[in-house]
Design a protein around this ligand. Structure first.
Ligand SMILES: [Zn+2]
Length: 398
């Protein structure tokens, strides 16, 4: 039941304030627990941000790797073309050399054949000439053979190079495929992380709003939030006395004590004997107490949050004060009793008879501002928020 009240209050507050997103995931019972939750969320966010940066770096590394693999493939393909061209040229050269060889071999055979002497006789001018021709041809043939074998070796090494390059290309393509796959998964990882960070940020924002809301309400760090909202939050004001009649309104008037035209900071409620119970005008927290002031006597100031807006209520000329600073009060808490008459006249020179000087102001006097003059400037007519009857008319319920 208490929970239900709390939840409906929060919902009403959200509706009225229009700023709070209640964090459903929050299990915090106090402000300090809520702050811990906020810290945890912030830590979670930084670790997600760190992962995001790491993933982005991995993506750019993978992209660079793909790029350099593609460049290596291009270069390899160029090298293959060069090797192929060389093989082609070498084959052509070998063909030419083989033709030359054939010619040489034909001539050579002429020297080595049975009819060598005949050749010598008919073609050589001398034996020396014959030997000379023979030697030249032999040298040319040997050189040619050597060249052919060199070119053949060259073809083999070019073919080996081509094979290596082709194997390398396959390897590089496999690598690219692998990298592209990992790029895909890194991309979806990054999307998930971005979404996660956004979700965490939403939670951070709503937790922060909740903290602001409870702080504004005046909840203590270790105070039970449910109780705090129940006590300190309120939606309406009630009259501070069960019965009464207005003897003087808020605003400018002739002061009954000094006889001067002066600003009256509150509403005077008469018709009650000294010692009559004075109630808090709404749920709230006692923010300030002044005792035996020469003008105003015993005074209590209570902080309220009414529909999300901060107010201070003030009660002057009290005979007794029944609360202490920091006390949580409800609109049914007796905070003191009516004074201002004979029993307080020894120290309070600003009252002519038993009555309550009741004040309402914006903000929290003593907390959001401290000066009396500021408080006076922020006071308002209680009629704005309370249904007060006209002068000399009585009320009998709050
Ligand atoms: Zn007054």
């Amino acid at each position: 039941m208490r929970k239900k009240c709390f939840i409906s209050f929060i919902i009403i507050s959200i509706f009225l304030l229009g700023i709070i997103n209640v964090n459903a995931a929050s299990k915090a019972k106090t402000l300090s627990e809520l702050r811990k939750e906020l810290q945890t969320l912030k830590d979670k966010k930084s670790s997600a941000e760190y992962k995001k940066t790491r993933t982005k770096n991995q993506i750019s590394t993978a992209k660079n790797d793909i790029e350099s693999s593609k460049k290596a493939i291009e270069k390899g393909q160029e090298q293959i073309l060069v090797a192929e061209e060389q093989i082609k040229n070498l084959n052509l050269e070998i063909g030419v050399s083989k033709d030359k060889m054939l010619v040489l071999m034909n001539n050579y055979q002429k020297f080595e054949g049975d009819n060598v002497y005949l050749e010598y006789l008919f073609e050589s001018t001398s034996y020396a000439d014959f030997i000379y021709r023979y030697t030249i041809i032999k040298q040319l043939a040997d050189y040619n053979e050597e060249q052919i074998s060199k070119m053949q070796d060259n073809i083999v090494s070019n073919e080996e190079l081509k094979k290596d390059l082709e194997a390398k290309e396959i390897e590089l393509n496999n690598n690219i495929n692998k990298l592209e796959k990992s790029l895909d998964s890194l991309g979806s990882q990054l999307d998930e992380l971005a979404e996660e960070t956004m979700d965490i940020q939403d939670e951070i924002n709503s937790t922060q709003e909740l903290i602001n809301y409870y702080v504004k309400m005046g909840c203590g760090e270790k105070e039970d939030l449910e109780a705090c909202v129940r006590v300190k939050g309120d939606t309406r004001f009630s009259k501070p006395l069960t019965k009464g009649t207005i003897t003087s309104y808020y605003g400018y008037r002739i002061n009954p004590v000094s006889g001067k035209y002066k600003f009256h900071t509150g509403t005077d409620i008469g018709g009650n004997k000294e010692g009559t119970n004075v109630y808090s005008t709404a749920n709230g927290m006692v923010g300030k107490i002044i005792r035996k002031a020469s003008c105003g006597g015993n005074q209590v100031y209570i902080y309220h949050t009414i529909n999300g807006k901060q107010y201070t209520s003030g009660y002057m000329h009290l005979l007794t004060i029944n609360v202490s600073v920091g006390d949580s009060v409800t609109s049914n808490t007796v905070i003191g009793t009516v004074g201002g008459g004979r029993q307080t006249s020894s120290y309070d020179g600003c009252s002519t008879g038993a009555h309550l000087h009741f004040m309402l102001a914006d903000g929290w006097y003593g907390k959001t501002y401290v000066n009396w003059s500021t408080f006076v400037a922020k006071t308002m007519d209680a009629k704005k928020v309370l249904n007060l009857p006209s002068k000399n008319t009585w009320w009998y319920s709050r």
